[in-house]
Design a protein around this ligand. Structure first.
Ligand code: DAH
Length: 367
């Protein structure tokens, strides 16, 4: 590499010397074939310690009369080197980009490995849908344990010690029996928990699992799901219950779908009723019309949906609520049953056997 002659500063400023420096610089730049090689060439030939930079410093040591010409020569030389650097940089970068694009190219025609996506279980989807209807009205979601005290599951709900549902044929008692724990047989104990734990007024729904000593077949599961509703406030009446159930029915089954109540008996409500849903498929058109039978309601026009009533004052009292000031309504329905008639699922065993095809088939239930 040409190195300025320190004992003769004018030597490095001669035209031939400068040309030699430029020629060397251009050769190094042309030979650089990567950004890192270009960086080295830039440092060696255009950096602070490059021959051209050192020659530039030597200008101060030559007679003033020669400085202008030397300055012009050097300026032009450095300009050529800078231009060559810029041009080569652009070339190298473009070449590198082309190489990277070629190396990293993705062949979109190659077969992909498919990872099977799961699906929300239809029961979970339906629970979300039902919960949304009530949250939309300002209600809260309440929860309770599945392993429940006998007192909350039965006594506080005014279900007497000799009530048939308390027998071992219906209820799963958990050992040791002296602990008086049962797998909850309905979601109604959450009514009691809500009244004991929350400030009045209370507006809650509780969806969840319940357990009964039942057979396992197409229409029975020992573990199934219910949704419980409870509203306790001043001046609550049966009319509020009717309005709420009608709204619930319409949100779930379509505008205009009605409900009807048939007198019934539940120990925790008085008066009590069973609530039926107008058939959302035939809307009653199939009744007495053999030409248009309806599978969903078996041409009865109505589908049994759940139980309901005005909260029994004894239940309010058991929870420390004054029945002369507050009143309430409650209702409860089976979620699995609702899914069966709402989505034409005929075998309850499909709900628990974990076959992803079942979940996929009913994927759209709640979304
Ligand atoms: N707990 C009842 C059952 O499991 C359902 C029920 C009926 C719930 C009436 C209620 C109600 O809240 O008011 O069969």
């Amino acid at each position: 590499m040409s190195v300025p002659n320190e004992s003769d500063p004018a030597a490095s400023l001669r035209a031939e010397a400068i040309d030699a420096m430029v020629a060397e610089a251009l050769a190094a730049i042309a030979a650089a074939d990567s950004t890192s090689a270009l960086k080295d060439a830039r440092l060696a030939h255009a950096g602070d310690r490059s021959p051209l930079a050192l020659a530039n410093r030597a200008i101060g040591a030559i007679p003033p009369a020669d400085r202008k010409q030397a300055g012009q020569l050097l300026g032009a030389a450095r300009g050529r080197v800078q231009k060559a650097l810029a041009a080569r940089t652009a070339e190298v970068e473009a070449a590198e980009l082309t190489r990277v694009l070629a190396e990293e190219a993705v062949d979109v025609t190659l077969p992909v490995e498919l990872h099977p996506a799961g699906a929300i279980h239809p029961i979970t989807g339906l629970i979300d849908l039902m919960s949304d209807v009530f949250v939309g009205m300002g209600w809260e979601i309440a929860e309770g344990p599945e392993l429940e005290s006998e007192w909350l599951n039965f006594d506080a709900l005014n279900i007497g010690a000799d009530h048939p549902s308390r027998g071992e044929t219906d209820t799963l008692f958990v050992e040791p029996v002296s602990n008086h724990l049962v797998m909850r047989t309905h979601t109604s104990p959450v009514q009691i928990r809500s009244l004991l734990e929350r400030e009045l007024p209370v507006y809650v729904v509780c969806p969840g699992k319940v357990y009964r000593a039942d057979e396992y077949d197409a229409t029975h599961l020992p573990v199934f799901h219910q949704i419980e509703g409870l509203a306790v406030d001043k001046g609550i009446s049966m009319a509020h219950l009717r309005g709420t159930l009608d709204h619930f029915a319409q949100a779930m089954f379509g505008a205009g779908i009605r409900t009807r109540m048939r007198p019934h008996y539940f120990p925790f409500t008085e008066p009590s009723a069973e609530v039926d849903l107008q058939c959302f498929v035939c809307r009653g058109e199939s009744v007495g019309n053999p030409d248009r039978p309806c599978r969903t309601c078996k041409s009865e026009g109505w589908i049994e949906w759940g139980g309901c009533g005005v909260v029994n004052p004894r239940v309010l009292r058991a929870c420390g609520v004054d029945p002369d000031v507050y009143s309430g309504f409650a209702f409860g329905m089976g979620i699995d049953r609702t899914l069966m008639f709402r989505n034409n699922a005929s075998d309850l065993r499909d709900f628990v056997e974990g076959d992803i095809r079942f979940s996929r088939m009913l994927k759209g239930v709640a979304r």
